[in-house]
Design a protein around this ligand. Structure first.
Ligand SMILES: [Zn+2]
Length: 95
């Protein structure tokens, strides 16, 4: 999973890999995305991409088997959608 984002300061898009490589800084304006939690941010971005990929693959495996059930979409995506939405709300307020 290659996570993309948008900087709230300069408005440019970036890949999470760029932020990880830059130690938690925007690859375009060079400023840190968080004053005090750079390593937490970098570790969490790494984990989100790694486990996101594992989640995608596991769901593909389940789908390929064609089991005799459906999955509740919100049970898989609900918490993810809420976390991403909270970041977007923050963007609207600051913008
Ligand atoms: Zn920026």
């Amino acid at each position: 999973m290659r996570i993309k984002g948008t900087c709230k300061r300069c408005g440019r898009e970036f890949l999470a890999d760029q932020v990880i490589d830059d130690g938690g800084r925007c690859p375009w304006d060079g400023e840190p995305f968080t004053a005090d939690y750079a390593m937490v941010l970098v570790d969490a971005l790494k984990a989100a991409q790694m486990f996101g990929t594992r989640l995608e693959r596991a769901l593909e495996e389940i789908a390929d088997i064609h089991p005799a059930f459906t999955l509740d979409r919100d049970s898989v995506l609900g918490a993810l959608n809420r976390s991403i939405a909270s970041l977007e709300q923050n963007l609207v307020r600051q913008g």
